[in-house]
Design a protein around this ligand. Structure first.
Ligand code: GLY
Length: 565
């Protein structure tokens, strides 16, 4: 906690006074000789660190952290959502688990369209019908069953205690609860316990007693504590109350899937990432294949030329994403083609370093705005060198805002990650087509990009972030920040980020400390620039040359906190 407070002060001072995006003095994140954990909340990090100190491995800690985040970080940490886990064992074995939500059996291609075939505004983002069948509980239990060493009951208990006895909320959290007040009232009624007339403030204590009950069910009954029995009944009743589609049969049928990660090389490193239904892994590997053709280090960090190049790569990769990516169980995703260096060389051959390409010239489409950038990620390396990179989501802030009565948790609004209608953007401004159309029991495409980097057969980095469509570009930039720009993990996380995604045809830049001369040059090249407060909240780990583990937690953008020993 001490680290957190001091470093926040340093960053606040730095942001006010300068327009340079890389701190002059390298900032090194917390170091560990044996292990490191970085998560979105100090309490979750500490729960995980205790597990490791008591002899648990990375998978034990992942379970404890995942459930702790469901309590202390309810806007994105969850049991009512889904996610992806990527792992690398200390012997180099890699794998991934897909616990992405699924469309309910009663769902279908036109479920968000009116009689004239137009998308009904808000139906896939707010309220009961926006929820996909949750995968988080099945996923984290499966991961732990296969690789964990300690008992579920011991690992989930800290989360139960936090929920039952309460914890103090941060300023960010108070703000989030207050901001969502109207949505909470609309969906859950004026007497909903997170609605407070006088507003929430930093340091208030909050308890999730019903959630403690649900977690106790999971502790005592495992998977059946959520997908069957009392909790399943409560979910189904909640669905019936608000016209949602999830049934007992949907819950029963949910099963997380083991999948082979996608890999590619980048300047002598092996980059390992999440395969479909994540679009993130393929996209980040395509971007790195494109970047490798240029001397990024010489071009400089966040210079106009580098941002121009990244944008040109990104508009092509996101256009591919919209066309080719979807749930591989339902759509034949051309993974080999998209990761083929020859394909990517040809794909990027139309890039000019002097002139912007119009996105409309790459492929047609129509897109509005990007709104929420939610989700959460954590990275863990244990004393044996096993690594877990796990990203999990409710999609928007507090998902569809439906709080399952009696069971005490929010449900996701992940159905919005499907393409409700070809060419019409979702809340992240992402478009899609047939590959990501809604089909009963299909998984919606995701941008979540849990990633691990190896060098010379050894673990080098564990990377990931929330941020909707910006997840992919944040992970891309963090990897280049370390490999091309020689940054520490903390600097790579702190560094100002940009984002573009084919459509809309513009570059988002974080406002904090961005060089106005670079912006001017980009505008001269024809780019449209839009300023953003913050993109992503990264939680990363670097294995340094001296063998120490450096945590890189995005404490200047959120409450993120890394700790090692
Ligand atoms: N819900 C954000 C994503 O999966 O991309």
């Amino acid at each position: 906690m001490k680290y957190l407070k001091t470093t926040i002060l340093i960053v606040l001072c730095a942001c006010q006074s300068t327009q340079v995006s890389i701190p002059k003095e390298p900032e090194i994140g917390p170091l560990g000789e044996q292990a490191m954990i970085s998560t979105a909340h100090p309490l979750a990090t500490q729960v995980g660190v205790e597990v490791l100190k008591n002899g648990g491995n990375a998978f034990d800690a992942a379970l404890a952290v995942k459930f702790a985040l469901a309590v202390v970080f309810p806007r994105a940490g969850n049991i009512g959502g889904g996610g992806f886990a990527l792992y690398r064992m200390n012997d180099g074995t890699i794998g991934s688990l897909d616990f992405r939500e699924k469309a309910p059996k009663a769902g279908g291609r036109d479920m968000y369209l009116d009689d004239e075939g137009n998308v009904i505004d808000g139906l896939s983002t707010k309220g009961h019908k926006a929820a996909g069948v949750p995968g988080s509980v099945d996923g984290i239990l499966k991961l732990h069953d296969k690789f964990g060493s300690k008992a579920l009951a011991e690992l989930i208990q800290p989360a139960i205690n936090l929920a039952y006895y309460g914890f103090t909320i941060t300023e960010n959290q108070a703000m989030e609860f207050n901001e969502k007040r109207e949505d909470f009232i609309e969906i859950n009624g004026a007497d909903f316990f997170l609605v407070k007339d006088e507003g929430w403030k930093n340091g208030d204590t909050i308890k999730f007693v019903e959630l403690a009950g649900t977690l106790t069910q999971i502790r005592d009954r495992g998977r059946d504590g959520f997908y069957a029995g009392i909790v399943a009944d409560q979910i189904v009743k909640e669905m019936q109350r608000g016209g949602g589609l999830i049934t007992e049969e949907d819950l029963n049928a949910y099963s997380a899937r083991w999948r082979d990660p996608v890999t590619s090389n980048y300047r002598g490193h092996k980059v390992i990432s999440m395969p479909p239904p994540s679009s993130g892994g393929i996209a980040v590997l395509q971007l790195l294949q494109g970047a490798e053709q240029y001397n990024i280090s010489e071009m400089g960090h966040n210079t106009a030329q580098t941002i121009h190049l990244l944008t040109e790569l990104e508009r092509r990769v996101y256009a591919d994403r919209a066309t080719y990516l979807g749930d591989p169980d339902y759509y034949d995703v051309p993974v080999d083609m998209l990761l083929d260096p020859t394909y990517n060389k040809e794909r990027f051959s139309s890039i000019s370093l002097k002139k912007k390409t119009d996105s409309q010239d790459i492929k047609e489409g129509e897109v509005d705005v990007i709104e929420s950038v939610e989700t959460t990620h954590f990275s863990i390396v244990d004393p044996d060198g096993n690594a877990v990179s796990l990203t999990t989501t409710l999609n928007s802030f507090f998902g569809c805002k439906v709080y399952v009565r009696g069971a005490g948790f929010f449900l996701n609004n992940e159905m919005d990650d499907f393409s409700s209608k070809p060419g019409v953007a979702n809340q992240f401004g992402l478009v899609g087509g047939e590959a990501n159309a809604i089909v009963p029991e299909k998984r919606m495409l995701s941008s979540m990009t849990p990633t691990i980097v190896e060098k010379d057969g050894k673990l080098k980095m564990v990377v990931g972030t929330p941020g909707g469509a910006t997840i992919i570009t944040s992970v891309f930039q963090a990897i280049m920040n370390v490999i091309d720009h020689g940054m520490s993990m903390q600097d790579a996380v702190n560094a100002t980020r940009t984002h573009s995604q084919w459509l809309p045809d513009r570059i988002l830049v974080e406002e904090r400390a961005f060089d106005p001369a670079a912006i001017k040059k980009l505008e001269k090249m024809g780019h449209l620039i839009e300023r953003r407060e913050a993109m992503g909240r990264m939680d990363c780990i670097l294995v340094r040359e001296d063998g120490k583990l450096e945590g890189g937690a995005d404490y200047s953008r959120g409450d993120n906190y890394a700790e090692g020993f």
